[in-house]
Design a protein around this ligand. Structure first.
Ligand SMILES: [Zn+2]
Length: 231
């Protein structure tokens, strides 16, 4: 009791000297919180959207044989989830990726059939050097810490897309045009591919397609922090 009060008191004190600001509206948020409470309630969990399971599965119908396709949140433009993803990708906010991964890891614990390995979607080495990290890897590592399932880094980007101004807005998010190489993998394993946001599914299709060429018996699922939802 005393310890809880001490810790919460310490949090208040930290907040007083080092206030955190909401990444979406710049209002003061709780200590260590990337969103204020007003913006947090605007996040749309996929469990709140009717038909989303079918939408996600349908997105890959006839393209990939997936065991499972899921996401934490629906992505809407100019919404708090866009600010979170932007912060994670471009503003060194790895804490946001770790929080996504924590939630995804907690969810994974409830799955009846669990994947054997967590696999991050890779980014090109040039981009990684510039950014300092791969956001999908940050999420994957946090999932692993919370679920106990090991991370396997099996894909590599092999071609840089260069200028991608001709691509559509959604395609640019995913940098289609790059291709992947896949290390040798276990035919009998179930892999869960992790990314920050799912838009057209082109990146995921390219990765898993490559893996299935090399190991047709491997099983695959997809889990992203957000999925573009056009209603
Ligand atoms: Zn806010």
């Amino acid at each position: 009791m005393f310890l809880t009060r001490l810790i919460s008191g310490f949090g208040d004190l930290l907040q007083l000297f080092f206030p955190s600001y909401c990444i979406h509206c710049s209002d003061i948020s709780g200590a260590g919180q990337s969103l204020c409470s007003g913006c947090r309630v605007k996040l749309i969990g996929l469990d709140e959207l009717e038909g989303m399971d079918h939408y996600l599965k349908g997105l890959f119908d006839g393209r990939l044989p997936l065991e499972r396709a899921c996401a934490l949140y629906a992505f809407k433009e100019r919404s708090p989830i866009q600010s979170l993803l932007h912060g994670l990708k471009y503003k060194d906010r790895k804490d946001i990726g770790r929080e996504f991964g924590r939630l995804m890891g907690e969810d994974l614990k409830e799955w009846k059939v669990k994947p054997d390995f967590i696999v991050p979607v890779p980014i090109h080495p040039k981009k990684r050097r510039k950014r300092g990290y791969n956001q999908a890897e940050v999420i994957a590592e946090a999932i692993s810490e919370n679920s106990g399932i090991a991370v396997r880094d099996i894909f590599e980007r092999v071609e840089h897309s260069g200028s991608n101004t001709k691509l559509s807005r959604w395609e640019r998010w995913e940098n289609v045009g790059e291709s992947f190489s896949c290390r040798s993998i276990d035919e009998s394993a179930y892999y869960l591919l992790i990314d920050d946001v799912l838009t057209t599914g082109a990146t995921i299709e390219a990765c898993i397609g490559k893996a299935l060429q090399n190991a047709p018996g491997s099983r695959w699922g997809v889990y992203t922090a957000a999925v573009v939802w056009r209603d």
